[in-house]
Design a protein around this ligand. Structure first.
Ligand code: CS2
Length: 492
């Protein structure tokens, strides 16, 4: 095999003899979409769609923005690679389809010098600011659903508007400039796994802007569109072995490729402040109301991941596909989806939920993806209230089954307390609330309900006897013997 070639603009033609590369001229492109939060998911999803558009001749392009110190690494890599990266689509039969994506043409960090980022958003070319800032990035209080003004970064930017730190400070500053210079507002397009993600972004931004500048808040309310959208593509964390595979099998040296499954979906409400690319040409679905699609995806796919993730972590399964290979896990997941998640969804026009669930199980089983249980369990405190606890509340209200989900909450308590699997092997917990969760969970031996007293995560579940009774039994059993499969089998 030839020597690996460094991925960059200059080498593209040469790389093109090895794997597909952009067939368009990207060097003179200016970005019409500014994207905050360039993680793996953005690179397998929106950046992929824009790349597809560009292959068809569209002029759209993306400018990535990093607002966290952790983004500096990608920034450095992108500088060397002219913002190019490889997307490696992994099929269940072992086939890998690598392709160089060229739709990101610029990347700016907002951490040390916010000005260029504000200027980029305020530029006349910018039509859309899109977001993948994760569930936790929206800065709401999970109990009240209101904006969290206690966040020190928010306080800082309210007092120093020219020194924004969070997405809210940047968006407000940029929109203020657009209004002052008579430019139309941009669309704010959330691509995060939150039900009504656009409505959420709107509510939070308006709460912030209202305190900073009432006139501006009014203008934003009138001028900025916040389409809700449902996004989907399983994108595991890139591993060393992905980088090596690309170098060894395809002779391409890329310091940070992205891997993903073949499946991709994006369902969006068609309301944009300042026009939009013709995304429908590359398979994006535009619908008047995305609510049912979002709910279906969050309560089935994301919740399904969490079911496997938390139980799998306790059992010691390293990946989601390893969980599915275990018949008990597979049966438990399907039973949870059928008996607890599906009944609260109702009918979704144009979707056969049985087919959807069949395909989910197939996607989770993809042995080539090797999506780690640790990725799925990361930031569970931001995910579980939306993905799973909401379903417990719904089922309590209707008298539906809660036994499958309750075991997961009990397992999550044990996991947060011990940080070990059933055999005593350590589990690395990645969660902004990990210390708090640990403190509370460790009181379980003296107060079995301690964990669910956390109102910000569980709301008023503590007051529901049906739940507390089941939960107490589950948590006591797990603390006696963490052999989780035994209890899963009992429930099935
Ligand atoms: C996962 C998602 O960790 C998680 O929450 O369920 O990242 C999931 O892989 C994507 O939403 C798939 O579209």
């Amino acid at each position: 095999m030839e020597n690996p070639i460094q991925l960059n603009q200059e080498n593209l033609a040469q790389i093109g003899s090895r794997i597909p590369v952009p067939n368009y001229n990207r060097t003179s492109d200016t970005a019409d979409i500014v994207h905050i939060g360039v993680g793996g998911f953005h690179r397998s999803h929106l950046a992929y769609y824009v790349n597809e558009l560009k292959k068809g001749g569209a002029a759209s392009a993306l400018c990535g923005i990093g607002l966290r110190e952790a983004d500096a690494n990608l920034h450095e890599i992108f500088k060397k690679q002219d913002h190019l990266y490889t997307l490696m689509v992994k099929h269940p039969d072992g086939k890998i389809e690598p392709e160089v994506i060229g739709s990101i043409v610029d990347f700016k960090m907002g951490t040390t010098n916010p000005e260029p980022v504000i200027a980029q958003m305020a530029h006349a070319d910018t039509k859309i600011v899109s977001l993948t800032i994760t569930e936790g990035g929206y800065n709401f209080n999970p109990t009240t659903g209101e904006f969290n003004f206690d966040n020190p970064d928010i306080q800082h930017e309210l007092q120093n508007p020219a020194e924004p730190k969070t997405v809210y400070g940047f968006l407000t500053e940029a929109l203020k400039r657009r209004r002052a210079t008579g430019l139309p507002a941009f669309t704010i397009l959330s691509c995060d796994n939150i039900e009504h993600n656009g409505d959420m972004a709107r509510k939070m931004l308006l709460a912030f802007a209202e305190v900073q500048d009432k006139g501006l808040a009014k203008w934003i309310a009138q001028e900025v569109c916040f389409p809700n959208s449902m996004v989907d593509r399983i994108t595991p964390v890139t591993t060393k072995s992905d980088i090596e595979t690309l170098a060894q099998n395809y002779s391409v040296q890329d310091a940070w490729p992205v891997t993903c499954e073949p499946f991709i979906q994006w369902v969006v409400e068609d309301k944009f402040s300042n026009g939009r690319p013709a995304f429908e040409l590359v398979g994006v679905q535009f619908v008047p109301d995305v609510g049912p699609y979002e709910k279906m995806k969050l309560r089935l796919l994301n919740a399904g991941h969490s079911v496997l993730g938390i139980l799998g972590a306790l059992h010691g399964h390293p990946t989601i596909n390893a969980c599915i290979e275990d018949q008990t896990f597979k049966t438990y997941l399907r039973a949870y989806l059928d008996q607890e998640a599906t009944p609260i969804l109702g009918n979704i026009e144009g979707i056969d939920l049985e087919d959807y669930k069949d395909s989910l199980l197939e996607r989770f089983a993809n042995p080539n993806i090797k999506d780690s249980v640790s990725r799925i369990c990361s930031e569970s405190s931001a995910k579980l209230p939306k993905f799973l606890i909401a379903t417990i509340h719904d089922n309590l209200a209707t008298g539906g089954s809660i036994k499958f989900a309750t075991l997961i909450i009990a397992a999550w308590c044990y996991y947060s307390d011990k940080g070990k699997d059933r055999l005593g092997h350590p589990i690395e917990i990645i969660d902004a609330m990990s210390t708090e969760l640990h403190q509370v969970a460790k009181q379980t031996t003296t107060d079995p309900l301690a964990f669910i007293r956390q109102e910000s995560l569980f709301g008023n579940l503590i007051k529901n006897e049906r739940f507390t009774k089941l939960y107490t039994e589950a948590v006591q059993k797990i603390y006696e013997d963490a052999n989780i499969k035994k209890y899963m089998e009992d429930i099935i």
